[in-house]
Design a protein around this ligand. Structure first.
Ligand SMILES: *Cc1c(COP(=O)(O)O)cnc(C)c1O
Length: 350
């Protein structure tokens, strides 16, 4: 499939300090854009990154029809470029879109759009462990109309932002006992923009108390541990890794399912089952809770060193060789083409 490319006059790459970029602060030279109108997706284009004109009546601003994905392009030592399990992102964005009554996008637009865009931006993908080009596909309602109904016009875009591996500092979390990010029958499984909007406030309250993240619990009882606002979560009790099963309330993370596979391959015992706050606190009191970590594309794994629940606080002991670090290395070695990829997760794009 040919995508029309409108070329830039001059790259802005020389103005970027790649050593010090903050996550998502810098965008690249190009963007992918495809419009949906009269019941069909039009011809996709790649053009210079720029603001887009939008009517204030665009439905996305009023009714929140917006879904997205988060992925990365990686460069190996031979300058080859790879994505990681991109078909899973494609399937997930369409699942999200369907739940928000938005049209599904076409596989060739998604895959070819990513491929051609990343190839154009290949100088923005830096080599070295942890360096990557973050890719953000997004679909949103553009139709200017205020009645509360699904839009008839949408944009599918992909933008890119160079990222490096960050040391996020020490992460402690609050376990939610009041707020929820999702509920049965809701949109928790979808990568819907509104899920983020809904969890910023509880996250802000946590930050004010010195906790960087919130781990959300089930909305009915606040007793079952579910996931963070932007990451799935794993608990190591003794030598067993436990993570909640995905459901209509929990996002089916690609990092999560890859880590489960790698943990099993590495001989770790993994239990995908409901886990309660009570069990977690008891394990912590008995010294059996060894690790907690979040998983997601942006940071791969974020170790969590303490948590609070209502009035109680807990600190975990520092570990020399954690499951978290071992699994993070295994996964990144695959992403950066340093080891064999027996599940065909890498997807070469040049
Ligand atoms: C994106 C996201 C994740 C992580 O998914 P990955 O596919 O691993 O990047 C986890 N939870 C939520 C709520 C998310 O939005």
């Amino acid at each position: 499939m040919e995508i029309d490319i409108e070329y830039i006059k001059e790259s802005k790459i020389d103005t970027v300090d790649f050593e010090n970029v903050l996550f998502g602060q810098v965008t690249t030279d190009y963007m992918f854009e495809c419009d949906y109108k009269n019941g069909a997706w039009g011809t996709p284009k790649i053009k210079p990154f720029a603001d887009i004109p939008m009517s204030p009546a665009s439905r996305v601003f009023h009714y929140g029809q917006a879904v997205f994905e988060g992925m990365k392009a990686y460069k190996d030592d031979n300058d080859d470029l790879f994505l990681f399990r991109p078909k899973d992102n494609f399937n997930r964005i369409n699942k999200s879109a369907t739940r928000l009554a938005m049209p599904e996008i076409l596989e060739e637009h998604f895959m070819e759009g990513l491929k051609q865009l990343v190839n154009l931006e290949k100088d923005w993908v830096k080599k070295g462990f942890g360096n990557a080009l973050y890719l953000r596909p997004i679909i949103f309602a553009t139709e200017a109309a205020l009645s509360a109904a699904p839009a008839s016009e949408y944009k599918f875009m992909i933008i890119c932002s160079p990222v490096k591996s960050y040391f996020e500092g020490e992460v402690r979390v609050v376990i939610a006992s009041q707020y929820s990010r999702s509920a049965d029958g809701g949109v928790g499984f979808a990568k819907a923009a509104g899920n983020y909007g809904a969890q910023f406030y509880p996250q802000k309250l946590g930050k004010e108390l010195g906790y960087q993240q919130v781990i959300f619990t089930d909305s009915a009882t606040h007793e079952y541990l579910e996931e963070g606002g932007a990451m799935n979560v794993f608990f190591r009790i003794g030598d067993t890794l436990v993570t909640a099963p995905t459901s209509e309330r929990i996002l089916d993370g690609i990092t999560r399912k890859s880590l489960i596979q790698l943990a099993e391959d590495n001989g770790y015992k993994v239990e995908v089952r409901p886990i309660t706050v009570t069990e977690l606190k008891e394990a912590a009191k008995k010294g059996e809770l060894k690790e907690i970590f979040g998983s997601g594309t942006a940071a791969v794994i974020s170790p969590i060193i303490g948590f609070a629940h209502k009035e109680e606080t807990f600190e975990l002991e520092k570990l020399e060789d954690s499951f978290a670090m071992k699994l993070k290395n295994m996964l990144m070695n695959i992403q950066y083409n340093k080891i064999d990829d027996k599940y065909n997760w890498r997807y070469k794009i040049s």
